[in-house]
Design a protein around this ligand. Sequence first.
Ligand code: NAD
Length: 240
Amino acid sequence: MRELEQLKTWIDESSNIVFFGGAGVSTESGIPDFRSVDGLYNQQYDYPPETIISHSFYRRNPEEFYRFYKNKMLFPEAKPNAAHLALAKLEQQGKLKAVITQNIDGLHQAAGSKEVLELHGSVHRNYCTRCGKFYNLADIMGMDGVPRCECGGIIKPDVVLYEEGLDQGTLQKSVSYIRHADVLIIGGTSLTVYPAAGLIDYYQGSRLVLINKSVTAMDSRADLVVSGKIGEVFSQIVEL
Ligand code: NAD
């Protein structure tokens, strides 16, 4: 495929690649995304997922929030796929500067990536809302119902819920990486969730690559569109 060759050439020529990804990066690891046909948003619940994973719902109804969160958003068995591994390898080779992700699953770090900017937080970090004590994912999974700290406070995942703002430091760093990148690869995201999706506007180069298995609203802005599953795409480009 001509597109794959083009992408490979740009990767070979660059030592300042930045990757920006979304839920589609982890679907090949068995974690459903939100908007594909078989994604989370197309399943049936008492409330729409956007409602359940909002800040006000979490405050009003932590029991229901945690029932959904534990059933549908935690995948402790998931393993990194070829896309995560290839990105980690490119960083190791000094070619890729950062992975910016909307994912909360920690799979980039599990693959070995060091500079990972988690715009929406991580399921691996959880804090007591009263005393601030840290809990890991296994701690949360081991507690029935709403997880509570020794002090009695409710434990909240360090995940950005709807209605909550993004961490400004993480956002600033992401903007800076994107602004200075010569190749920006965006993959597995529908680019519909703001403010994260607006990051594309900061890119100033002329090698903007979009990898997605379906069309996105931003395809026309890309210098190269690669259609396909991102794990399969990367496994053809980077030797693992
Ligand atoms: P999205 O669900 O809106 O979009 C996913 C996109 O990935 C779609 O455009 C789809 O066509 C594409 N896609 C799916 N599988 C793919 C594959 N194998 N290869 C290439 N493309 C593929 O996800 P989003 O844009 O990340 O935004 C939704 C929000 O959902 C984010 O804020 C994120 O925090 C959250 N989320 C995270 C996870 C996770 O951590 N793994 C999972 C679901 C949702």
